[in-house]
Design a protein around this ligand. Structure first.
Ligand SMILES: [Zn+2]
Ligand SMILES: [Zn+2]
Length: 395
C-alpha cells in the first residue's frame, strides 16, 4: 500500500499539467444544467482514450467502470458534477468562458477534471488495488430536480451496486494544500416556498373597504420567522428566508394580490417535513384570520447531505496518510445544498472539500461569483486524493 500511495502521488504529479489543460478546456466551454452535451462528449472521448468502458445515463451523464483485482470484492463510486451556472465570467484569464453568460463558477470543471485524472491513474494502477470503481459524471447539480436523483432513478447505484460513494467540492475558504472532512449532517436540504395572498384591493385612503394584502404579507413574514425560532431544536441549524415580495405598483392603491418567495433549509430530515406542515398551517390560518385567501406551495428540493460517520472517519485517515495530518481539517457545517444528498440517502457517502484558496495570489472569490477561480496546484492534489480513495476507500 505504501508502494501504491507513492505510485499515485508520482502519477498525479506527472499528469498534473495534462489535467490543468483539461480543466482549462472545460472552463472555457461551460454548459448549463442538463445541457452538458459537449462536456459529456469530451468526458466520453477521454474515457475512450484511457480505455475505460462507460455508458451514458440521464442524457448527458457518463458512468465509467474500472476493475481492479477481485472486481466483485468491493465496489466504490466516485462522483463529479459537470454543469455550470448562468453567470457572466469576469476573470481576466486565457481560458475564460467562451460562452456568454455561462461560467463554471462552482468549480464543477475542477470536479470533472479530478475524476478524469483519478480515472486515468486508477486504470493504470488497476493491478495494485482490489475491487471495482464506478466513475459517475453527473449532470444538473445546480438545478432541480438534481441530476443525482435522475441518475439514481436510472439505476446508477446498481449493476454493480457501490457500497460507498465519494464526492468532492472545491472550497474557496480553505487554503490550497488542505482538505477537509466532517461526519454527520454537513449540508442542508433546500426547499422553495411560494405563497400567494389574495385579498380585496382598493383605495389607500379607505383601507376599511379593502382586505390589505400588503399588511397581511408583512404580518405573515414576521410570523413565519417564529417557526424556526420557536419550533425547531436550536441545536439543529435551520433557516427560513423570504427573499421576494411582489405586490402593488403605486403609492395610493392597496393591491388585491401579493406574492412571496423564499427558501427553507434544514439539516434534520424529520424537522424538515414537520416544518413544511407548520409553514402551511400557520400561513393559512393567519392569512384567513385576517380575511384573505392564500395558496402555499412548497417545492421540495435536495435533501440534506449526510456523511456516514465511519466511512468519513476512515476516509479522513486515508487523507491524513496521503497528505499528512497537518493538511487535513474539519469542515464546518454549511446551509448550502448539494444533490449529493440523494446518494447519501441511498448508500454510505463521504463528501469532502478541496482547498483552492490562495490569498497571496488573490484567489479568494466565493463560488457562484463572477470572479471565482482556484489555485490550480489543487488539481494534482484533487486527482491524487480521489484516486487514493478509489483504490482504498471503504467502510
Ligand atoms: Zn453551485
Ligand atoms: Zn457546486
Amino acid at each position: 500500500m505504501i508502494h501504491l500511495k507513492q505510485t499515485i502521488k508520482d502519477l498525479a504529479k506527472k499528469y498534473s499539467n495534462e489535467f490543468i489543460d483539461i480543466r482549462h478546456h472545460l472552463h472555457a466551454n461551460p454548459e448549463l444544467s442538463y445541457e452538458e452535451f459537449e462536456t459529456s462528449a469530451f468526458i466520453q472521448k477521454k474515457l475512450q482514450a484511457f480505455d475505460i468502458p462507460y455508458q451514458v445515463m440521464a442524457t448527458t451523464g457518463v458512468v465509467g467502470v474500472i476493475e481492479g483485482n477481485n472486481p466483485s470484492s468491493r465496489t466504490i463510486a466516485l462522483r463529479a458534477d459537470i454543469d455550470a451556472l448562468p453567470i457572466i465570467e469576469e476573470n481576466d484569464i486565457s481560458y475564460k468562458s467562451t460562452k456568454k453568460g455561462i461560467m463554471h463558477a462552482c468549480g464543477h470543471d475542477v470536479h470533472t477534471t479530478c475524476l478524469l485524472g483519478a480515472a486515468k491513474i486508477l486504470k493504470e494502477t488497476a493491478a495494485e488495488w482490489n475491487g471495482t470503481v464506478k466513475l459517475i459524471f453527473q449532470p444538473g447539480e445546480e438545478r432541480n430536480p438534481g441530476g443525482a436523483s435522475i441518475m439514481i432513478k436510472e439505476g446508477v447505484l446498481q449493476n454493480p451496486a457501490p457500497q460507498a460513494i465519494f464526492g468532492l467540492h472545491v472550497h474557496p475558504q480553505l487554503p490550497i494544500g488542505q482538505l477537509s472532512f466532517r461526519g454527520g449532517q454537513v449540508m442542508a436540504s433546500a426547499d422553495e416556498i411560494y405563497i400567494t395572498i389574495k385579498g380585496k384591493g382598493g383605495h389607500a385612503a379607505a383601507p376599511h373597504l379593502t382586505v390589505d394584502t400588503i399588511l397581511i404579507a408583512s404580518t405573515l413574514i414576521v410570523s413565519l420567522q417564529q417557526i424556526v425560532s420557536r419550533n425547531n431544536n436550536p441545536l439543529s441549524p435551520s433557516v427560513l428566508s423570504i427573499c421576494s415580495i411582489q405586490g402593488g405598483h403605486t403609492t395610493n392603491v392597496i393591491p388585491s394580490e401579493v406574492k412571496l418567495m423564499g427558501t427553507f433549509r434544514a439539516l434534520d430530515e424529520k424537522w424538515r417535513f414537520k416544518a413544511h406542515e407548520l409553514i402551511k398551517k400557520q400561513a393559512t390560518e393567519l392569512v384567513r384570520a385576517m380575511g384573505a385567501e392564500i395558496d402555499v406551495l412548497i417545492d421540495v428540493g435536495y435533501p440534506s447531505v449526510y456523511n456516514h460517520e465511519e466511512l468519513t472517519a476512515a476516509s479522513r485517515k486515508l487523507a491524513e496518510d496521503y497528505m499528512g495530518t497537518e493538511h487535513v481539517e474539519t469542515t464546518e457545517v454549511r446551509m448550502g445544498a448539494e444533490d449529493f444528498g440523494y446518494y447519501t440517502q441511498q448508500i454510505p457517502g463521504c463528501f469532502y472539500r478541496l482547498g483552492v484558496m490562495n490569498e497571496e495570489k488573490g484567489i479568494t472569490s466565493g463560488v457562484h461569483t463572477p470572479t471565482f477561480n482556484i489555485d490550480e496546484s489543487a488539481i494534482e492534489i484533487g486527482i491524487g486524493m480521489m484516486a487514493w480513495l478509489g483504490a482504498n476507500g471503504k467502510l
